[in-house]
Design a protein. Structure first.
Length: 174
């Protein structure tokens, strides 16, 4: 007599690049838009200054052509920043941390806690000025590292501690 086939036990919800509302995705701070906009504005101002100077000293046609191009680059960069930052999120799951980003080219990185070697917290002067920090999760394989930019400082510190502790606990169990 044949045995009935048992269905597998229900597992955790599948990780989806799209927001399927089944996982506790945490968004990064919207203040990251301002930080990235300021970082974009610095080279744009330099390029505009160079274009204006060359136009004043060499030929006005240089500024007439270069300035609209640089302004168009700034507008395009701003549009990208405004679209990209809300697409960055992370989820702390039972066995791994999942990090997703991107709108057109979506990327999903899952890092099992047992693979985490160390977790860096970074905050340059601009990020610190806005009360933000970034987390970099390192594993033995550089291709499976992950970063979460633009977290509020307190949240970044707490997340770093949680990830490092879970990484230690999972590695100890191996």
């Amino acid at each position: 007599m044949s045995q009935p086939i048992q269905s597998p036990a229900p597992s955790a919800p599948a990780i989806d690049l799209y927001d399927n509302h089944q996982l506790p995705w945490q968004l990064v701070s919207r203040r990251l838009i301002t930080v990235r906009s300021i970082a974009l504005a610095i080279p744009i101002v330099v390029l505009l200054t160079i274009a204006g100077t060359l136009g004043a000293f060499l030929h006005p046609l240089i500024a007439t052509i270069a300035v609209p191009i640089v302004v168009a680059m700034w507008i395009w960069g701003q549009w990208l920043i405004i679209r990209q930052v809300p697409a960055i999120s992370y989820a702390e799951l039972e066995d791994e941390v999942a990090i997703r980003r991107g709108r057109l080219w979506r990327r999903l990185v899952t890092i099992p806690y047992g693979r985490i070697q160390y977790v860096d917290l970074e905050a340059g002067p601009l990020l610190r000025g806005f009360g933000l920090a970034s987390i970099e999760v390192h594993t033995a394989s550089p291709s499976s590292n992950g970063s979460i930019p633009g977290l509020p400082e307190a949240e970044a510190h707490a997340l770093r501690e949680r990830l490092a502790a879970r990484g230690e606990a999972q590695r100890a169990g191996l």
